[in-house]
Design a protein around this ligand. Sequence first.
Ligand code: GLY
Length: 365
Amino acid sequence: MNSSSDVLVIGGGAMGLATAIELTRQGAKVTVLSRNFQEAALHAAAGMLAPQAEGLEPGPMLDLCLRSRDLYPDWTSQLTELTGLETGYWPCGILAPTFADSPPRFTGDAEWCDRTTIRQYQPDLSPEIVGGWWFPQDAQVNNQQLAQVLLQAARQLGVTLEEGVNVTGFETKDHQVQQVHTTLGTRQAPTYLLATGSWSQELLPIPVTPRKGQLFAVQPPRQLLNKVLFGPGTYIVPRQKGRIVVGATSEDVGFAAYNTPGGIQSLLAKAIRLYPPLADYPLEVCWWGFRPATPDELPILGPSPYDNLILATGHYRNGILLTPITARLITDLIMTGQVDPCLTHFSWQRFAPSASSTERLALTH
Ligand code: GLY
């Protein structure tokens, strides 16, 4: 039993940890329950902070992503100040080369580069590249370093981290969650945050499903690239110490684990077509993960049908980018009851428009 926490966070990924940290900084006592920290999409991502390169249409989602990108410099430096660990935040910009057959994209505030100019930005691109967009404000963070920093920050601030705990259901009464059942017994708190990403449907009937991404990394002997390359069906993300991360497939295959020859083959072909020198460097490692996708590809944030249950899930392709703004908005909501106006666009109710009662969204018991 744990009834001494003010907030019980279910899920130890980016949203769960970052929000636990923010809540603790504002004076709350927080426990995070995690089945397996390593499963989180946080570890699998490439770490692009790319609201513009991702081609998000103008609207609430782009606005949210831009707000979060703006938070990144201060958010990461505060984490580094606290822990002494680097996050690899790098405002390196993103170059989006286009082939003659590339689909048109929304670009927002960006610079068009012609065939010659783009090669001044990045030599050795494919001869097929006819030009491209330069997004100087897009950036990256080393998500694997960020994962370690978030864990360390949470520990240092006194967040209670319970690893290896599987939440199996909620017990509810009168529009309130009374307690959660776990494989290690029950847990209670006045407020609960559901941040279980791709696994959210195990606890709540909201439409979040896994979308698998496969990635690989090569290790060139020197720093080959100093900006992210974002091409059709692939992106190439250079880390500051030389490693290059290449992502990602997008596969609707449930929780089918492992890299597959087909997935890696298609990724290799797209990445080498974009930037041929990649073909010559040691292939270091391949991995995969599951993006939490919703039908409209927007996250589910804010209140739930239960007064003391808050939702932060379904961040799909933009989880790393949206981590700081999610932590901030959800913390404000929990600590002050303040609902940022943008949260109305990300409510769970868009998937249950006629739902007015908890019966419509019955929790697993
Ligand atoms: N943010 C890129 C991806 O999800 O593949």
